[in-house]
Design a protein around this ligand. Structure first.
Ligand code: DGL
Length: 268
């Protein structure tokens, strides 16, 4: 696809679906919150499972995938807005998509550093995310703006999204153990991490493992609800809310559709 310009559809109207994409099944954690916030809306969820994971692939690859997925959702589903349900793709591409598609409301996700600041008592916050997200200029700017207010400990999690994507529970647990240990000590004591940011939309699906490893006192922060509320606000201000829709979801995948359907049946 390269540098071919993106072309919006027109006109967009409230009855059209909201497009949601992720590298794979992780964005289902965002879709879950979207459906609960906007039960009447119709959604098209596109998993890029044929090209997942994104986290270790580099920015140019992710930008190219994000542009192709946005165009596919516009062409095949006439979406009225786009939710990039992927931290890695948001960091790499949201500014480019917004510049190319100025008439389309676009919402992204970023690691919840600000909400974590409001929750921590010890002032020590762990952040799990992909290598791509943590290396991005967008994340670095966010981190720089907040790092005087708490100690953020950052851990790139190579392989974790892939293990979750493939429902490999043993590997998911082993990687959760390795990466949480890499962050340091968890607990309520001075200098201990009491709040953990799940900075990749796949990671909420490892919640049981993380809870078992860290205990009930550590606060685990994900981004589904704020993203869903922001989507509502944007649609509302654009006059694009659909109060009379059927609340349907169409699932599409660039890889194995059965894997996505199995994940949706299990997690939604
Ligand atoms: N779920 C994605 C994210 O939020 C990407 C994971 C991956 O493909 O590596 O970053």
């Amino acid at each position: 696809m390269g540098s071919e310009p993106l072309s919006p559809i027109s006109p967009i109207s409230p009855g059209h679906p909201i497009g949601v994409f992720d590298s794979g099944v992780g964005g289902l954690s965002i879709l879950r919150a979207l459906r609960s916030e906007l039960p009447q809306e119709n959604f098209t969820y596109l998993a890029d499972s044929g090209f997942a994971p994104y986290g270790e692939r580099g920015e140019a690859f992710v930008v190219d995938r994000a542009r192709q997925l946005a165009q596919q959702l516009l062409d095949d589903h006439a979406i009225k807005s786009l939710v990039i349900a992927c931290n890695t793709a948001t960091a790499a591409a949201i500014h480019l998509l917004r510049a190319e598609l100025p008439g389309l409301p676009i919402v992204g996700v970023e690691p919840a550093l600000k909400p974590a600041l409001a929750l921590t008592r010890t002032g020590s916050i762990g952040v799990l995310a992909t290598r791509g997200t943590l290396a991005s200029a967008k994340f670095r700017t966010l981190h720089e703006s907040l790092k005087e207010q708490a100690q953020f400990r950052l851990q790139p999690c190579d392989g974790l999204a892939d293990a979750i994507e493939n429902h490999d529970s043993a590997r998911t647990l082993a990687l959760c153990r390795q990466y949480t240990a890499g962050l340091g000590n968890f607990g309520a004591g001075a200098g201990e991490i009491d709040t953990l940011v799940l900075g990749c939309t796949h990671y909420p699906f490892a919640l049981e493992h993380l809870r078992a490893l860290l205990g009930p006192a550590v606060q685990l922060v994900e981004t589904g609800q704020p993203v869903a509320r922001q989507t509502r606000r944007l649609l509302d201000s654009a006059g694009l809310l659909n109060p009379h829709g059927a609340g349907s979801v169409a699932y599409r995948s660039t890889g194995e559709l059965a894997l996505l359907q199995r994940s949706a049946a299990r997690w939604l």
